[in-house]
Design a protein around this ligand. Sequence first.
Ligand code: CU
Length: 134
Amino acid sequence: MSSNPFVYIIGAVAIIGAFFVFGGSGGPATDAVVSGTATGSNVEVVAGKQIVTIAADEGYSPGSSSAKAGLPTVLRFKTANSFGCTTSIRIPTLRISEDLPSTGTTDIDVGTLAAGTLTGTCSMGMYKFAVVAS
Ligand SMILES: [Cu+2]
């Protein structure tokens, strides 16, 4: 028996909850969707949260992303019929170890991004990705 539907429900509730917290306060310009401002094209800021989208298949694409330091950030991994070891994410400095579905979207919360380079790898340490924050 799979617990996956339950996980999706929890995820959906969390996303909706975050929407209320960040989107429902009637706050200032932080609610705006800002794309491509001093960040890479795979990086966007939605309601104050920075989202770095990385495709995992045969390696990670893009291998290096440019982001802004000081923003709460999630790495959004996308897989589409991916079966290699790239579906197993390791970010040693944050003690993150997470498996991706072979097809789907997985957000990994990396907290508020510090200036510098955040590096992750596949489970074997063979493929790498980096988020360079400044
Ligand atoms: Cu590998």
